[in-house]
Write a new protein. Sequence first.
Length: 107
Amino acid sequence: MIKPVELLVLTVLSAGDRHGYGIRQDILASTDGEIEIEAGNLYRLIRGLEDQGFVDQARPPRNETDERRIYYKLTPGGRRALAAEMHRLRDLVRLAEARGIIAPAPA
């Protein structure tokens, strides 16, 4: 099982390669500023995802002028893990709807 914050990073990377600051900004934007990951924590998290084979370093885009930026990409294994976790979460939401914990999503 993937931790929620790891899931956020993988989801952001599913849209394309990003550098650490870009990942952080995308998470802020997609959570309406509710989740703010400090830089040190983010890079520890990314290293852990690299160790699991879910994330790898990517080539920077041609127009990148700051050579200090390290870009990251979702690996095929990371994409499979992300999809599997999303299916698991969807099944969990369906169970919560069936048990009356939450109302079903409108069609």
